[in-house]
Design a protein around this ligand. Structure first.
Ligand code: NAD
Ligand code: ZN
Length: 362
């Protein structure tokens, strides 16, 4: 018997188009479970004073808007607290959780919707297929493009001992709204870092051993859209926003059916130990992986230079021995990522010492 093929969960409904966010109300109303069962809108606090977006959030009855900061990547503790607050505040399970923001806020929305129907802490479910019960109805509305969190079956959280996703079929959003206009205010540097997350998803998927035709076609298209956005082209700004939003979506589907690779394994360690944000961490890491992703790195560097991005250096100077142990063990624990990158016998091809040497160059 060969490896079983993956029966992939997908977002069942997706609305795409500039201005489509205004249709949120029509989407939500049929899903309301009664006047006492509110919709809870988790919204990136960068929109707190941005009435164009907030005014379009359709609240009625007991519905709540909760502004959340994405200054720090989401944690299991933050999810547990939000779930507790929602349970204490309302007498019934919400009709739905709507996440409006980037990967951080969308992941938070996914995790909260899961933990409202699954007991215990979010940290109990970090891993693969540990979730037992379907989540509350949840909607993802990206306001920055690249992570693919809008389409993936994972919610990546920092827990007490590791940064790891809750990977499950119940994690996937029930509805997504892709409105490129929501990304208009994203600062150029942030747009680059989050956009490169998508580009790197494609490189790791396309150059990995788990690659299959399904992942390949999505990954190739997403990669070429990223290149059109971040290299010289005739595209208008609004076309760039549309293309990058579609790239994020397709790149997310590509990795969902294959896997990410060494960039992500090392970037997760950086994020946990040095608090480096995901997109930035990926860019720092890929710079040092010439032995693994030479072609992808060459294109990355052209995009980096064209967009005048200066990457941080020297970030692993002064790590304590304890931090070295932590960072290398987090990276090595992400076994499927290494297996995708290096093949079944990856353990004979990389060890703690080589991982530390890579980090030392960053
Ligand atoms: P983010 O959500 O952390 O946001 C980055 C910054 O952009 C924040 O300061 C935010 O306030 C700002 N921002 C967002 N939208 C904006 C807008 N329209 N205008 C102005 N500013 C805006 O960034 P991200 O890169 O999208 O997400 C990173 C997170 O996603 C990490 O926690 C990472 O682990 C996670 N991630 C998840 C998946 C998944 O499949 N679930 C995949 C990759 C990454
Ligand atoms: Zn990523």
């Amino acid at each position: 018997m060969g490896i079983p093929h993956r029966n992939m969960s997908m977002v069942p409904r997706v609305l795409f188009g500039a201005g489509s966010f205004s249709q949120l109300s029509a989407i939500l109303e049929p899903k309301r479970q009664g006047v006492k069962a509110p919709f809870v809108f988790l919204v990136d606090d960068c929109f707190a004073n941005y009435s164009d977006v907030v005014d379009q959030i359709p609240t009625s009855y007991e519905d709540r808007i909760v502004f959340v900061s994405s200054e720090e990547e989401p944690t299991t503790e933050q999810v547990d607290l939000l779930v507790q607050e929602i349970i204490l505040q309302f007498n019934s399970i919400p009709s739905g959780i709507i996440g409006i923001g980037g990967g951080s806020v969308m992941d938070l929305a996914k995790a909260v919707s899961l933990l409202l129907t699954n007991s215990g802490s979010a940290s109990d479910y970090q891993g693969w297929d540990l979730v037992q019960s379907p989540s509350v109805f949840h909607v993802g509305v990206p306001t920055i493009s690249g992570t693919g969190a809008e389409v993936s079956r994972t919610t990546v959280l920092k827990g007490p001992v590791k940064k790891l996703g809750i990977n499950s079929d119940y994690t996937t959003f029930d509805q997504v709204i892709l409105d490129p206009n929501l990304t208009i205010g994203v600062p150029a540097v942030q747009r680059f870092y989050t956009g490169m997350d998508c580009f790197i998803h494609c490189i790791e998927s396309l150059e990995g051993t788990f690659l299959n035709p399904f992942s390949r076609v999505h990954g190739e298209k997403a990669k070429s859209l990223c290149e059109a956005v971040f290299l010289p082209s005739q595209l208008s700004d609004s076309e760039k926003r549309e293309y990058l939003m579609m790239a994020s979506w397709l790149g997310g589907i590509s990795i969902a059916n294959s896997q990410v690779g060494i960039v992500h394994a090392l970037s997760y360690g950086l994020s946990f130990v040095k608090n480096i944000r995901h997109g930035v961490g990926n860019c720092i890491v890929i710079e040092h992986l010439n032995n693994y992703y030479p072609k992808g790195l060459e294109t990355f560097r052209r995009m980096r230079d064209f967009n005048e991005i200066e990457l941080p250096t020297g970030i692993c100077e002064n790590l304590s021995e304890n931090q070295w142990r932590q960072i290398t063990s987090i990276a090595l624990s992400l076994e499927p990522l290494w297996e995708n990158a290096l093949g079944k016998n990856w353990k004979s091809l990389i060890d703690e010492k080589e991982i530390r040497e890579l980090y030392e160059k960053m």
